[in-house]
Every structure is written in structure tokens, then in C-alpha cells.
Design a protein. Structure first.
Ligand code: MG
Length: 392
């Protein structure tokens, strides 16, 4: 006899990076289905006020703030609530290691690597919103997941789309993966406009509301370069069988082409809560009132090849993936530093790609076999990128 859903044990959930864009969307979905989830831990970088508010709503067992200086403020905000608090990277790692069935890895950037690995090493179901984990340590993350029996669920909308239409048991019949890209705010801008682009212009994404780092990555299209590397690791697909196509409407989130000529696509509104809901409920599905697609109203969906001249980041990312070893780690770290320099007015928009390419030229692509080695290369690449930015 089938048990009614409510009689099943709720899924216990931890959100690493609960106050960011993906974290907040995850909280929103959990609040809509209180009977399906119980929250083990929440972590945030610096936003004590929002973390405390989320803790009051979701009643987790523990919350952790990454900035150690903010520990007392967090403890005060949750005094008397019964929620355990912690501060600093060790507390974030402890939150990740607690026994949740399902962990959302939504910390932005390479900072998410160690806590996400802690969840993977315990064999949890890990929803991966942090693409930098796979970019800077893909071989390590996949090997650890396999060893621990962890299940990785891609949350990045393109990879979630591929995951939904990929017939895993017949993966040898997959010919290629086609990742779609919106083209970002500068899809049809001139090179001159891009040279003089301000952070405000680059942050104004036409379709998606996202954090600052990924919005700039979307404007340079480095986001798609990082996603190429991410797809390579998640789906064991060589670079030459991953195609990138610009699709300005962001309705087709990605496609899988099979050997018989069939191409399967996943479509949906450009709202991250759809892929997050898929991951939260996997292997089931859950209801949420997403804006429904009205194809007749959309009328036309268009596709075009990316322009390699205005968006050199795609070729740079393909080269880094081909070089392997430390090269993708260098790519990711140099890009994080260059994006930050652009956002704070220290670097021109077109120079972001130049800094990344120059950092890759300076640092050799040696093999990496441990988290410590990945972290050492990451730190070295950041120093090199800062040095290069000083010369631009
Ligand atoms: Mg994406």
C-alpha cells in the first residue's frame, strides 16, 4: 500500500549560503512545503540580519556565519531561540558535516569548495549551485562523490536542464550537449560600448535576477565558459561534444542530442526556483506556482552562434579545460579577482578576459590531486591576477 506523502519522514536539509540569491529561493520553496522538509543548518557569509530572520522562520538546529567577527551579533540575534550558533570557516564546515539528507551548496566562488566537499564526503544528496566547485576542483569533487556515494544534483539552470533530459542509463547514445546562453546585457553591444561598460550596465541582466559575480560573468560570457567545464565534469562529456548557442529569450535552458538525431530540451520560465524545486524534490517533483510558459504569447524562440571576437572568454575556457590540471583552477581564481576589480572600478570590462588569459599563460597547468593543492593554486592565481591588474 502506498503511504500518503505526509506520513513519510520529512527530508532534512542544510543550506550552505542561505542568504544569497539561490539560498533565498531555496528558503522560499521550503517555507511553502513545511510538511516535506526540516532544516538542519543554515550558513551565510556576512548577512547576520537575514540569516537570523531565516532561522526564526525555519527553526534549524544550527546556523553559522563565515565571518568570525560577526559571531557575537548572530548569537545575540538568536538568543533564547534554541538555535545553536557558530562563526568562522570551521563552523561553516561543521554545518556542512551535520547529518542532513540533502545539502544545497550555494556559497559563491571558491570559498564554497571546502564546505561542499564536507557534505559530499558524508555521502549526502548535494544540490550544486556553486559551479566554481566543479570548475576549480572538478576531478576531485567527482572522485570524492563517487567514493562516498554522494548524489550530485545540478542546480545551474542549464545543467539542471541537461540532467532532466539525459537518459542516464543510455548515456552512450548521447552525441552532444547543447548549452544555451542568454548572451547577457552586451549580446548586441559594440566592442566600443563594451570597452566603456560600467558595472551598473554590466549588472543589468536582461532575463535573470542573480548575484553580482554571476551577473558580470554573464556579461563577459565567462559564465558559459565556466558552465562548459561544469558540464564536462557532471556528464563526463569531452569539450568538443559540448556546444554553446546564444538563445536570448532564456526559455530553452539546454538540450541533449542523441545519436538518432533526436534532440531533447527542457523549457521553463527564467526563474531559478524551477531548477531548485526539481533538486529539492528529486527524484519526485513538487508544486510551486512558477510563472507558466505561454508559447503562443512568446511567439518566437531564436538562436545564434556566440561572437568569438567580443566574447573571447569561451575560447579561453575551452583552452583551460583542454590543458586540464590546474588550468581551470587558475581560470576561476583569476576571473573572480578580475570581476571584483571591475566591480570596484579598478579594471575595464574587456580587461577581465585579458587578465584571465595572462594568468593562464603565467601559471603552468600542473596536475592537482588534493584540496590543499587546489587551494594553493587558487591562492597563487589570485596573487598573479592582482599583480596583472596593477599593470593594466
Ligand atoms: Mg547557468
Amino acid at each position: 500500500m502506498m503511504l500518503p506523502k505526509t506520513a513519510l519522514r520529512p527530508r532534512s536539509v542544510t543550506i550552505l549560503g542561505s542568504t544569497g540569491s539561490v539560498g533565498c529561493s531555496t528558503v522560499d520553496l521550503i517555507v511553502r512545503h513545511p510538511e516535506r522538509f526540516e532544516v538542519e543548518a543554515l550558513t551565510a557569509h556576512r548577512n547576520v540580519a537575514l540569516l537570523a530572520e531565516q532561522a526564526h522562520r525555519l527553526r534549524p538546529r544550527m546556523v553559522a556565519i563565515a565571518d568570525p567577527a560577526l559571531g557575537p551579533a548572530l548569537a545575540e540575534a538568536l538568543a533564547g531561540s534554541g538555535v545553536e550558533t557558530g562563526a568562522g570557516p570551521a563552523a561553516v564546515a561543521e554545518a556542512a558535516a551535520r547529518p542532513a539528507d540533502w545539502v544545497m551548496g550555494a556559497i559563491v566562488g571558491a570559498a564554497g569548495l571546502a564546505p561542499t566537499l564536507a557534505a559530499i564526503r558524508r555521502g549526502a544528496i548535494v544540490a550544486l549551485a556553486n559551479k566554481e566547485c566543479l570548475v576549480c576542483a572538478g576531478d576531485l569533487v567527482i572522485a570524492e562523490a563517487r567514493r562516498a556515494g554522494a548524489r550530485l544534483l545540478p542546480v545551474d539552470s542549464e545543467h539542471n536542464a541537461v540532467f532532466q533530459v539525459l537518459e542516464e542509463e543510455r548515456s552512450e547514445t548521447v552525441e552532444r550537449i547543447i548549452l544555451t546562453a542568454s548572451g547577457g546585457p552586451f549580446r548586441s553591444a559594440s566592442i566600443e560600448q563594451m570597452r566603456n561598460a560600467t558595472p551598473a550596465q554590466a549588472l543589468a541582466h536582461p532575463n535573470w535576477e542573480m548575484g553580482a559575480k554571476i551577473s558580470i560573468d554573464s556579461a563577459t560570457m565567462m559564465n558559459k565558459g565556466l558552465e562548459l567545464i561544469e558540464a564536462h565534469h557532471l556528464f563526463a562529456m569531452p569539450s568538443e561534444r559540448i556546444e554553446i548557442v546564444v538563445h536570448p529569450q532564456s526559455v530553452v535552458h539546454s538540450l541533449v542530442a542523441y545519436v538518432d538525431g533526436s534532440v531533447l530540451a527542457q523549457l521553463g520560465p527564467p526563474d531559478m526556483r524551477t531548477p531548485i524545486a526539481y533538486a529539492l524534490a528529486w527524484p519526485e517533483r513538487m508544486r510551486w506556482p512558477a510563472p507558466r510558459l505561454d508559447l503562443a504569447q512568446l511567439g518566437a524562440l531564436t538562436f545564434q552562434a556566440p561572437d568569438p571576437h567580443r566574447f573571447p572568454t569561451l575560447a579561453i575556457a575551452r583552452e583551460a579545460l583542454a590543458a586540464g590540471g590546474a588550468a581551470p583552477t587558475v581560470l576561476n581564481a583569476a576571473n573572480e579577482v578580475a570581476v571584483e576589480a571591475f566591480l570596484t572600478g579598478r579594471l575595464g570590462f574587456l580587461d577581465i578576459a585579458r587578465v584571465v588569459a595572462a594568468a593562464l599563460e603565467r601559471l603552468p597547468g600542473r596536475p592537482l590531486s588534493s584540496l590543499a593543492e587546489v587551494e594553493a593554486v587558487d591562492a597563487e592565481a589570485r596573487r598573479v591576477a592582482e599583480d596583472l591588474i596593477g599593470r593594466f
